[in-house]
Design a protein around this ligand. Structure first.
Ligand SMILES: [Zn+2]
Ligand SMILES: [Zn+2]
Length: 495
């Protein structure tokens, strides 16, 4: 029999939170236990509103110094949902993922219970507890409470990551212990990224969200490596990555989803930046549905990025760079990114013996190492691609009067006005820089050779009043592409 509760239970509903990182909880359950609760279970009821897609609980209590211990579990209207004991002060359950100890799955509306277990509280002791509970709407699954958006590193700077990779959750394979070809465990991909000293990875499985559960469980361990849940939306009319998703996304373009523009609109509605992948690949029996050829066209104004570099495709006939340039020439501001598209984290580079995870690396200027900041950084476009993951850097800016703009930004420049451009390159000794204006290589620099560990190149550029974009690449002495920079825009439409 359950002991009689000696809890002063108070329920207060905080204002519904409006932003992803809002710190206020939707519901706070607080109360007090005393010695009478020793070795008992307490069920704290709470109502889950209809249309809830995620429940997140943060729990804390006093009296630990007196060895008071309160364990934690969860009961849904149908029964037991999980038990984390004293292992976790925070947990989340959603349709596609849950903190280890808990079961992912549907979240029926109605009466749920937070289950407290009290293995110890001394006679005469009291303990105040607080459970802060957040409800994420099912139709806005990316609206996460702050507790689920860890800040791995504070401060603005350059953060290095791989935006395109697959594991056992889609079509990655690697050798088993005995050498059989088996679906390749996700953990190996993250270990390879850690070895390459990446700051973030987007795990982008084909059309599934089954990896969200594993990423949820692994993020606390990988506290130097930000894990961005992603999906490679893989259709018969092309592939695109979305980053930061927290629930599945219907991919059946031409079937349940009208066309790619409907899918792009859905990504925008959920706040998922979308990047069109390997657009210049063929779409035939060599690579089925790989090239970008949406039957209903593409609303490029809603697309955030183009995968300019996929694996080792730079300089080949299927490179995405000319495709990206063509869209920029049409007046769209699209961040050029890269992704290894790794399908076997154990495969080693023949030259360096490193995993091919992180080749290429996308380097993003962001306000911190956190999911919202990295996604904002990709949107803003102060980004370059480091093809070998060598650690070399590139940054381009332009100044006109008081206005200084970075890569990804727009400079309004009237006819005959001159802008001062500056390109900074580091870690690329012996390489040469190449300037690209509206898709053409322009010899604006007298000497484009990188002669110092850190070097700045500057030049003046006169406007004809028209719309232009300028960006820089860095090439090795043998012409091989090392770094791909993003454009500074001139007289483009403001976003
Ligand atoms: Zn693909
Ligand atoms: Zn892929």
């Amino acid at each position: 029999m359950k002991k009689k509760l000696l809890v002063a239970l108070c329920l207060s509903i905080a204002a519904a939170h409006a932003t992803a990182a809002d710190d206020s909880a939707d519901l706070v359950l607080s109360g007090r236990i005393d010695g009478a609760a020793h070795e008992s279970y307490i069920e704290l009821p709470f109502e889950v509103p209809a249309g809830t897609g995620r429940i997140t609980v943060e729990f804390d209590y006093g009296g630990r110094e007196e060895k008071t211990t309160i364990d934690l579990g969860l009961i849904d209207p149908q029964g037991f949902r999980g038990w984390s004991g004293g292992n976790k002060r925070m947990f989340t359950v959603a349709l596609d993922d849950a903190t280890p100890s808990y079961r992912a799955g549907p979240l029926p509306a109605g009466r749920w219970h937070l289950l407290l277990g009290v293995p110890n509280i001394r006679q005469g002791a009291v303990s105040d507890y607080t459970a802060r509970i957040d409800f994420t709407p099912a139709d806005l699954p990316e609206r996460l409470p702050a507790a689920l958006l860890p800040m791995l590193r504070e401060g603005a700077g350059w953060y290095r990551g791989d935006l395109h990779m697959h594991t056992a959750h889609s079509d990655a394979s690697c050798p088993s212990q005995q050498g059989a070809k088996v679906p390749c465990p996700l953990f190996l991909t993250l270990q390879a990224a850690e070895e390459r000293r990446l700051d973030f990875v987007a795990v982008t499985e084909h059309n599934t969200a089954s990896h969200l559960q594993e990423l949820r469980g692994l993020q606390p361990y990988f506290d130097r490596l930000l894990l961005l849940p992603g999906m490679e939306v893989t259709t018969f009319q092309g592939h695109a990555n979305v980053f930061g998703l927290q629930a599945g996304l219907d991919f059946r373009v031409g079937d349940t989803v009208r066309d790619w523009n409907a899918l792009i609109a859905e990504a925008v509605r959920r706040g998922l930046p979308l990047s069109v992948n390997h657009p210049a690949l063929p779409s035939d029996e060599r690579c089925m549905g790989c090239g970008w050829r949406p039957t209903g066209g593409t609303d490029w104004s809603k697309v955030v990025a183009v995968e300019a570099v996929n694996g080792q495709d730079a300089g080949t006939p299927v490179s995405g760079i000319p495709f990206w340039h063509a869209r920029l020439n049409e007046g769209y501001r699209l961040t050029g990114v890269g992704g290894s598209d790794n399908h076997d984290a154990t495969l080693r580079d023949s030259q360096f013996g490193r995993s091919r995870v992180g080749a290429p690396t996308t380097v993003v200027h962001a306000q911190s190492l956190s999911q919202p900041a990295i996604l904002d950084g990709i949107r803003a476009g102060r980004v370059f691609v480091d093809l070998d993951g060598s650690g070399a850097t590139l940054d381009l800016s332009a100044r006109h009067g008081e206005a200084i703009v970075a890569m990804g930004e727009n400079l309004a420049l009237p006819t005959d006005a001159e802008a001062e451009f500056e390109l900074r390159v580091s870690g690329a000794l012996g390489a040469r820089v190449e300037l690209i204006v509206d898709g053409r290589v322009e010899p604006l620099l007298a000497d484009a050779k990188v002669a110092m560990q850190e070097q700045a190149f500057s030049w003046r550029w006169r406007s004809d009043g028209g719309r232009h974009w300028l960006r820089a690449d860095v090439r090795a002495g043998d012409g091989r592409l090392l770094l791909v920079g993003n454009p500074v825009y001139v007289n483009f439409q403001e976003r």
